[in-house]
Design a protein around this ligand. Structure first.
Ligand code: COA
Length: 264
């Protein structure tokens, strides 16, 4: 594995770490492919009782999908990219054991969407959350338009997605996104302690509870919504604002939008 690390701590706690620190752990196709493969192995590992998903370094959890790679995508490649993101987030969501997102820094775009597919979020007080895609001329493409409103309600989800605003840990806690905020220096030890507490309980009981709660979520979910998100994400590629939004990021400047998307 090039961009992932799996570490087994004692007491059935495992850590899945995204290691692409030079790009703030941004998710490209190769990394998502590695995640898909690794999650298949982890899902079958009966020794795991709790999993912490985190990012390498102290600056970023995951700063989103890889904009440099997305910049060159056609519409149909973007649809495939979104579908890969959907498979990965669904696999995380449906792991049999509890999952904690250990958000140690930026959780933006696809990074926040990865965190939303975990059972709950533990954050450092330096963490930053947001779905900034509209500032790149696209929309969240890894399930954010479907999942965020389940976490924080429709109105706040719309506010965040339409504005692309960034939330501090404290704001994210007020929004109901974050279960625990820890001081940066205590973040890791406290997140591991919580995972160990979960791992010390009856695995059969904890997993039965998770299964029931996931079934409840899925029974109220229209699976077609993910496909619609992927198709809509794809249709925005090639339009003026997507081209400008991603080019501007790469050129480290503010984008100048003209409002030209499929409906613009
Ligand atoms: N995709 C690709 N590369 C990314 C990235 C992303 N989502 N986020 C950061 N990087 C890269 C930067 O291009 C930079 O690379 P370089 O050193 O080769 O220039 C490196 O990571 C460090 O990022 P930088 O922007 O210089 O750090 P910063 O501290 O000034 O800003 C962020 C940090 C997270 C605010 C900023 O990187 C950012 O806005 N990233 C994009 C967030 C986003 O829109 N995500 C949603 C994508 S759909």
């Amino acid at each position: 594995m090039k961009c992932l690390e799996v570490e087994k701590l004692e007491a059935g706690v495992a850590v899945l770490r995204i290691c692409r620190e030079d790009a703030l752990n941004a998710l490209n196709m190769a990394l998502l492919g590695e995640l898909e493969e690794t999650l298949q192995t982890l899902r079958a590992d009966t020794s795991i009782r709790a999993l912490i998903l985190t990012g390498d370094g102290d600056k970023s959890f995951v700063a989103g999908a890889d904009i440099v790679e997305m910049q060159g995508m056609t519409s149909s490649q973007a649809v495939q990219f979104s579908r890969l993101g959907h498979r990965v987030t669904r696999m995380i969501e449906d792991l049999p054991f509890p999952t904690l997102a250990g958000v140690n820094g930026y959780a933006l775009g696809g990074g926040m969407e990865l965190a939303l597919s975990c059972d709950f979020i533990c954050a450092s007080d330096t963490a930053v959350f947001g779905l900034p895609e509209v500032g790149l001329g696209v929309i969240p493409g890894f399930g954010g338009t479907v999942r965020l409103s389940k976490w924080i309600g429709l109105s706040k989800a719309k506010e965040l997605i339409f504005s692309g605003a960034r939330l501090s840990s404290a704001q994210a806690e007020k929004y109901g996104l974050v279960a625990h905020i820890y001081k940066k220096e205590e973040f890791w030890i406290s997140t591991v302690a919580l995972a160990k507490q979960i791992a010390s309980k009856s695995a059969g009981a904890v997993q039965a509870a998770k299964r029931l709660m996931q079934e409840e979520i899925h029974s109220n979910e229209n699976p077609a919504k993910f496909d619609v998100e992927a198709m809509t994400f794809g249709t925005l590629f090639g339009h003026t604002d997507q081209v400008e939004g991603m080019k501007a990021f790469v050129e480290k400047r503010k984008p100048v939008f003209v409002g030209h998307g499929p409906t613009g």
